[in-house]
Design a protein around this ligand. Structure first.
Ligand SMILES: C[S@@+](CC[C@H](N)C(=O)[O-])C[C@H]1O[C@@H](n2cnc3c(N)ncnc32)[C@H](O)[C@@H]1O
Length: 310
């Protein structure tokens, strides 16, 4: 089983992922969000001895961790890239079609618990939130430069934050005095914007706004849409696509992409003229067991969807 070192990301729904990926010896599988290599480790065990795992992550620190963990476990190619570029990555690897693709959305425990990465309202650090530090736009740039209305849209649309306009107004007032450059400054500004009695009881007042900013900084939904389309196109007949999502927008993107590829008539043809089709394997989404939710809080919001390429 994968390591359960408390500082290391614990892979979610491992048994369910393996069951739906249904991978076996000799297969070529893409782990599009290889992270710390938790899922990749168990996939490699299944595709041994002559299988090939192509691992992608846009975070160079994740790629380094995966390299250390996976390098001796079999044939592994690691690419530090956005999974939106899946087709280019496969072309460059000389692969036409793969047997399986796993996408495990969102940020990792390592990203959330490393203050200098700026993902967390609990740890003070630079207001960054970039999964790929080579990317130009940071959370600080969005927070300090975007018009108030656009900030409100992000908080509402990506975070489902009911007090989005109030929060955006408070940010606009604060940044007039001095730029907001740290996670603690932003968390305090958001908390002050919400009257004490209106603050959520179980969540930190900044939870939804931080998630919304992270989604915007990394264009998470745009990348997911492209990756799903690429995965559907480049998985061979009988191959599987498995997606773990942690919030409703990611789930909605996945559901939409799967439905489009299921209902041929609604699916736009690809440039080749081919219309790839899939069968949705999870008529009802799969949720983690109560036991797993008890052991790993991150699992609680997880939802698994899977499809088979026809
Ligand atoms: C939930 S973690 C994956 C954990 C992994 N399954 C494991 O078992 O260790 C999500 C990972 O996906 C990466 N990621 C998120 N969006 C990405 C994208 N558009 N392209 C590539 N990697 C991405 C993050 O950097 C993070 O390392």
């Amino acid at each position: 089983m994968p390591s359960t070192d408390p500082g290391q990301h614990r892979p979610v729904m491992v048994e369910e992922v393996l069951e739906h990926l249904a991978c076996g010896p000799g297969q070529v599988v893409v782990d599009a969000t290889v992270g710390s290599g938790g899922h990749a480790t168990v996939i490699l065990d299944r595709i041994r001895p002559d299988g090939w795992l192509i691992g992608i992550d846009r975070d160079p620190e994740a790629i380094e961790r995966a390299r250390k963990r996976l390098s001796r476990r079999g044939r592994v190619t690691l690419r530090n890239d956005d999974y939106a570029n899946l087709e280019v990555i496969l072309d460059e690897s000389g692969v036409d079609a793969v047997d399986g693709v796993l996408i495990d959305c969102g940020a990792s425990l390592e990203q959330f618990t490393t203050a200098r990465r700026g993902f967390s309202f609990r740890l003070d650090g630079p207001l960054d939130m970039r999964m790929d530090p080579r990317q130009a736009t940071t959370a600080a740039q969005l927070v300090n430069k975007l018009p108030e209305r656009e900030l409100a849209r992000i908080f509402e649309e990506y975070g489902g934050e009911r007090r989005a306009r109030r929060i955006a107004k408070a940010i606009a007032a604060t940044r007039q005095q001095q730029p907001i450059t740290t996670t603690a400054q932003l968390a305090a500004t958001i908390t002050r914007a919400i009257p004490p009695r209106a603050r959520p009881r179980r969540l930190h007042a900044a939870t939804k706004s931080f998630m919304a900013l992270r989604i915007a900084v990394n264009d998470e939904l745009g990348s997911l849409r492209k990756a799903l389309e690429a995965a559907i196109r480049r998985t061979k007949a009988g191959g599987r696509i498995v997606v773990l999502t942690y919030q409703s927008l990611e789930g909605g993107e996945t559901k939409g992409a799967f439905r489009l590829a299921r209902d041929r008539s609604r699916c736009p043809p690809f440039p080749s003229g081919e219309v790839p089709r899939i069968r949705i394997l999870t008529k009802r989404v799969v949720k983690p067991s109560a036991e797993e939710c008890g052991e790993n809080p991150r699992a609680r919001s997880a939802t698994l969807r899977a499809a088979e390429r026809l």
